[in-house]
Write a protein that binds this ligand. Structure first.
Ligand SMILES: C[S@@+](CC[C@H](N)C(=O)[O-])C[C@H]1O[C@@H](n2cnc3c(N)ncnc32)[C@H](O)[C@@H]1O
Length: 280
């Protein structure tokens, strides 16, 4: 009988202890699998990659993540451990297609639910600024699943913006999603002051630093900011709410939503606050 999961596929090839060490966690992006392999199992990486391909028949390539997501462009180092040595793929999410080169741009399939949640909040004809748009995932999901007017979609990584243009074309959302290459703070200052009904800040590592720019992008009468941050047990939201209230002390701020997007490390979470910001 063919193996039903990675654990079964590795039976007899890895000891019980090694299987436990490997864990269950891997991502599938398009036809590429991405695994993290602990140091003691590195000698068996090829075997693990082939086992993953034998379970998921549609996989063309398996990549091993060899560094954490890091740097300004939030990329990671990857090594091909099985299949075709090509890191470009096309991922399908809620009826949208995202072309990405996993070694050159940020992409996570684990944000799919959050992307759809944001899209469900958008009202007809809103102008949205997506400050850290990557290859355009939040913006394109929004353009396909809401009646958004325009989504100005900024990213500093020129390769991500090249894929964003391609994804806008593939998904036929050219009238709605406007890719812009540059630093979010500078782009807002120069061309998007006071334009937005809603601002997305999907970069928890730097959202605090860019909150003033998000406020600059909002219409003078106010609007909504989706503020991503990190939070810890036992109070994952408290410190972020305190920070936002202090930083925006001259505005009336209502926290209309708060949510754990995903676990980031033991007892540490990637969180989001939905902020309704009014003039006074
Ligand atoms: C965590 S990724 C989010 C990507 C995207 N929202 C998604 O869901 O796939 C953050 C993105 O912010 C971009 N970035 C980092 N600093 C930036 C800045 N100062 N201005 C604009 N983009 C920036 C990175 O290149 C990266 O693509």
């Amino acid at each position: 009988m063919p193996a039903r999961n990675l654990r079964e596929a590795l039976e007899g090839k890895l000891s019980d202890l090694e299987v436990k060490l490997l864990g269950r966690s891997f991502d599938i992006v398009g036809d590429v699998g991405i695994v993290k392999i602990p140091e003691p199992l590195l000698q068996k990486k090829k075997l693990i990659g082939e086992a993953l391909m034998s379970v998921h028949k549609n996989l063309r390539t398996v990549l091993m993540q060899t560094s954490p997501v890091s740097g300004e462009f939030r990329t990671r180092k990857l090594e091909v451990i099985a299949g075709d040595p090509n890191t470009e793929t096309v991922h399908k999410e809620y009826g949208c297609l995202f072309k990405v080169d996993l070694s050159k741009v940020y992409f996570s399939p684990r944000l799919a639910t959050e992307r759809m949640r944001i899209s469900s909040l958008v009202r007809p004809n809103e102008v949205v600024v997506n400050m850290f748009a990557g290859v355009g995932c939040y913006s394109i999901i929004m353009a396909k699943h809401s009646d958004v007017g325009k989504v100005y979609s900024i990213d500093k990584n020129p390769v991500a913006v090249r894929y964003m243009h391609e994804n806008v074309r593939i998904n036929k959302v050219g009238g709605k999603v406007v890719p812009i290459c540059g630093d979010a703070g500078e782009v807002i200052e120069k061309q998007l002051r006071g334009k937005a009904d809603r601002v997305l800040m999907p970069l928890p590592e730097s959202a605090r630093e860019f909150l003033d720019s998000a406020l600059t992008a909002l219409r003078p009468q106010g609007g909504v900011i989706h503020f991503y941050d990190f939070g810890e047990d036992p109070d994952p939201f408290g410190p972020s709410i305190k920070f936002v209230r202090e930083r925006l002390s001259e505005r009336r701020v209502e926290v209309t939503g708060k949510r754990i997007v995903r676990s980031y490390a033991p007892r540490v979470y990637h969180i989001v606050l939905d902020l309704l910001v009014c003039r006074e």
